[in-house]
Design a protein around this ligand. Structure first.
Ligand SMILES: [Zn+2]
Length: 172
């Protein structure tokens, strides 16, 4: 391919692009592309939506999560505030009696109309301040999943017993 052919090809391509961009529907696409806000990558969305609170490494429950169900709640925690107390949804602000760490607490029970075998989910989200708890208070169950770390006790419908674990405990 000599230089003349390259130039001819290049100008032909440029001409096609030029003509294409002048068509009404193409200009609509170009305009839409320009006016639409930049869509961030999925990872960036996940990062902005996820909220990580400081890890409560000083708290006895950090290394021994099973202790939260070893004793009645009032022995381990002081009830600071009640955000919800309905038959299937409890939301509290708790304070660890040992170290003073605040926890946003949620107990949620799905109603299994058919079998009466209601799945139950319990969540403790360590929060630095009361304001953070106030913010979580307004969050939906799905939105709460974006906050970590969280100590969870899951008792799904078909499970023999509940599972207790920290979500988001990893080193990142
Ligand atoms: Zn503690």
């Amino acid at each position: 391919m000599n230089i003349g052919t390259v130039l001819a090809t290049a100008s032909a391509v440029a001409m096609v692009v030029y003509v294409f961009r002048r068509t009404p529907w193409a200009s609509r696409i170009m305009k839409a592309a320009r006016s639409r806000p930049k869509v961030p990558a999925a990872a960036a969305v996940a990062n902005t939506m996820q909220r990580r609170f400081p890890k409560p490494t000083q708290c006895v429950y950090w290394n021994n999560p099973e202790l939260v169900r070893a004793a009645p709640m009032k022995e381990g925690f002081e009830l600071i505030d009640t955000y919800a107390h309905e038959s299937h949804l409890w939301r509290y602000l708790l304070k660890c009696r040992e170290c003073g760490q605040l926890y946003f607490f949620e107990f949620y029970e799905w109603v299994d109309w058919e079998h009466g075998n209601d799945p139950q989910y319990t969540k403790y989200i360590p929060v630095p301040t009361v304001d953070d708890a106030q913010m979580l208070r307004k969050a939906s169950q799905a939105e709460l999943l974006l906050f970590s770390p969280s100590l969870n006790i899951d008792f799904p419908k078909d499970a023999e017993e509940s599972t207790i674990y920290w979500a988001g405990k990893g080193s990142s």
